[in-house]
Design a binder for this molecule. Structure first.
Ligand code: NI
Length: 226
């Protein structure tokens, strides 16, 4: 499932993020990547222990866990601390798959990447290129979202970032381990949950909606791992 989650950060919050990020120290992005990724990655990143990254990452995590659309789609069990990248002057990231095993700072417990997350922090008209391109079984999809909006896509997908040929593209990127490992199961649960919510808004409390809600939770009970 590819999903656009709007308004994770408000525009004033994005401005605040940008002020802090513009003054931060950016390093070569290849430092955090495996062998295959390093060959195709050309961008800058904040170090994982950079105080600005830690502070802003914490704000993103808190905002996301309160965002009902994100929670419904990702069913997060654990999230990696958000990191930050910057593309300019032709910077790009060629086709790659995200590693299955991610390591959290200050934790010995690895995290399985199920859901990949890209939060856009620059507006689409601030740069040319820089589209996030995700390849899945239904073809190739491009995203270039407003600042403050999030793209959710399966970590099993191949994806790339097109060269940024004008301006600067700044994003936060991170991963979640979901309570539901498989994308098709998460997608079914998400669609069922969204349908139930729309029916409830239209019909109020209703015995059939209660029955559907019961099916949702019983499916989740079958598939969730914690
Ligand atoms: Ni990636």
């Amino acid at each position: 499932m590819l999903l656009h989650v709007p308004n994770v950060l408000s525009k004033p919050e994005v401005s605040d993020f940008r002020r802090l990020l513009d003054a931060a120290h950016w390093a070569d992005g290849r430092a955090t990547t495996g062998v295959q990724g390093a060959q195709v990655k050309h961008n800058l990143q904040l170090a994982a222990d950079n105080p600005v990254a830690l502070k802003l990452g914490n704000r993103i995590s808190k905002a996301l866990l309160k965002h009902p659309l994100f929670v419904s789609a990702a069913l997060p069990l654990r999230m990696l601390e958000p990191m930050f990248n910057r593309y300019e002057g032709g910077g790009h990231y060629g086709l790659h798959v995200d590693g299955a095993v991610m390591h959290q700072r200050d934790s010995v417990h690895p995290l399985r990447s199920d859901v990949s997350l890209t939060l856009f922090l620059t507006e689409p008209d601030e740069y040319d290129g820089g589209e996030l391109v995700v390849v899945d079984t239904y073809g190739t999809h491009e995203a270039k979202l407003p600042a403050g909006d999030l793209m959710v896509y399966p970590s099993t997908s191949l994806h790339r970032v097109e060269p940024v040929t004008r301006g600067v593209r700044i994003c936060s990127f991170f991963w979640a381990q979901s309570m539901v490992r498989l994308d098709w199961q998460r997608t079914m649960l998400f669609e069922l949950d969204q349908t139930i919510q729309k029916l409830r808004a239209r019909l109020g409390d209703d015995p059939e909606i209660l029955a559907l809600t019961s099916h949702y939770h019983n499916l989740l009970r079958c598939w969730m791992e914690v």
